[in-house]
Design a protein around this ligand. Structure first.
Ligand SMILES: NC(=O)c1ccc[n+]([C@@H]2O[C@H](COP(=O)([O-])OP(=O)(O)OC[C@H]3O[C@@H](n4cnc5c(N)ncnc54)[C@H](OP(=O)(O)O)[C@@H]3O)[C@@H](O)[C@H]2O)c1
Length: 261
């Protein structure tokens, strides 16, 4: 008898699933939230600004027809994550898919960076994913299915001057991903990381507005260009869906070949 195998495209559907994407009022988070909504998930969008989260949710619901809710919550503090978890439970419900996307970058050579700069980046980019995973992961384990997707960076692998807090935080995210993957593998919860190269979001406004810096990046990119925002969609849907059921603890470079060099 031949084994009945699911149709390849059905593996990517997220009908009936619910997703929380942190830091999704704009940038890559918003595009990943859009992707998850487009393939059937209901989506909760969070950011520090309640107005920005609500407005992004309203626009995304109108564009996709999906159920989309906006909630406020600062991922960098235990109180903020406690509020995020409470608002999400009250206004959205349970979460099957968590995208730990909220992030910040403060650039500068080490002698020019303050303690507060270091703390802001590490608290948001590394402690944030820890706090949010701890708030939502155990319930996924109890239900026997879940997906955690952490936004790391190509800077977890390669170095650039002026990026000490950011690169350190993202290397930590990659390590956190692997540890959580081991802790939750037997409970049906996968944990993976996306490591983007340069995309034209607000985070990179400084580089986008400086032609010299912008082109210096282009020259280092084997594909010869920055990423387009929609190019993050495929990996987000893959890691959120059944299509990646045997993938955990892995990191995926979406960087135009930069880290292949
Ligand atoms: N763009 C790139 O080239 C690139 C490359 C590699 C990795 N990444 C990673 O991809 C993720 C998204 O980056 P992006 O470029 O899309 O950034 P972005 O455009 O600057 O957007 C950042 C988002 O995070 C939210 N946010 C910031 N701090 C937060 C906090 N403490 N709590 C909750 N939300 C917070 C922001 O909303 P509020 O300000 O309202 O809170 C916003 O929605 C980040 O983790 C980043 O490190 C980006």
């Amino acid at each position: 008898m031949t084994e009945r195998r699911p149709h390849a495209l059905d593996l990517f559907r997220l009908d009936g699933r619910s997703a929380l994407v942190t830091g999704a009022s704009r940038g890559l988070g918003l595009v990943m939230a859009e992707a998850l909504a487009e393939v059937g998930a209901s989506v909760c969008i969070s950011s520090r600004s309640p107005d920005a989260a609500s407005e992004a949710a309203r626009a995304l619901a109108a564009a996709t027809g999906a159920r989309v809710v906006g909630v406020a919550g600062d991922v960098s503090t235990p109180d903020g994550v406690e509020r995020l978890a409470r608002h999400t439970a009250e206004t959205f419900g349970t979460v099957d898919i968590l995208v730990n996307n909220a992030g910040v970058n403060i650039r500068g050579n080490i002698g020019d960076l303050s303690d507060a700069d270091w703390d802001t980046v590490l608290d948001t980019n590394l402690k944030g994913p820890f706090l949010v995973a701890r708030a939502f992961g155990p319930a996924m384990c109890a239900r026997g299915w879940g997906r955690v997707i952490n936004l790391s960076s190509m800077l977890a692998t390669i170095a650039l001057p002026g990026r000490a807090p950011y690169a350190s935080s993202k290397a930590g995210v990659t390590a956190l991903t692997r540890v959580l993957a081991l802790e939750w593998a037997s409970a049906g919860v996968t944990v993976n990381a996306i490591c983007p190269g340069p995309f034209g979001t607000d985070m990179n406004r400084q580089l986008l507005q400086d032609p010299e810096k912008y082109h210096a990046f282009v020259q280092k990119l084997p594909v010869g260009r920055w990423g387009e925002l929609h190019e993050i969609k495929g990996i987000a849907v893959f890691l959120a869906s059944e299509a990646s059921s045997y993938v955990t603890g892995a990191s995926f470079a979406i960087d135009g070949g930069w880290t292949a060099q």
